[in-house]
Design a protein around this ligand. Sequence first.
Ligand code: ZN
Length: 131
Amino acid sequence: MTDPTRCPAAHFEDPTPCDGPPAVTVVDATGGGADGCEHHGARLLASVDGARVYALPDAPDGAALRVFKAADETRPFAWVQSAPRTGPDSLSRAEVRRHAARDADEAAAVWDGRGLRNTGAGAAIDGDDWT
Ligand SMILES: [Zn+2]
């Protein structure tokens, strides 16, 4: 089902309008591609594992880079509101990186090189004062 008023990259369940004419092509890992406006290109890129983005020949300068950056902050299938957003598969790539960095910081806070430290909230050890 294709809506002629929207770009080919717009998922049929995504109610959002295009933000301009098609500016990019999003190509999946098998080589299949869809042209899209920057908005829907970013949403498609965020939703398809291994997808890549290329600017169309007449695209405004920086279109592919803007789509790439927007996709990094866009959750996969962003138009789906009913599913819980808890696992790494349901979060944006940027959120997954932030969670990993936070987990690494917490792990570092627990081990200080001399011994285990009770770091309070989120600490692996509760109860005794280990400091
Ligand atoms: Zn669009």
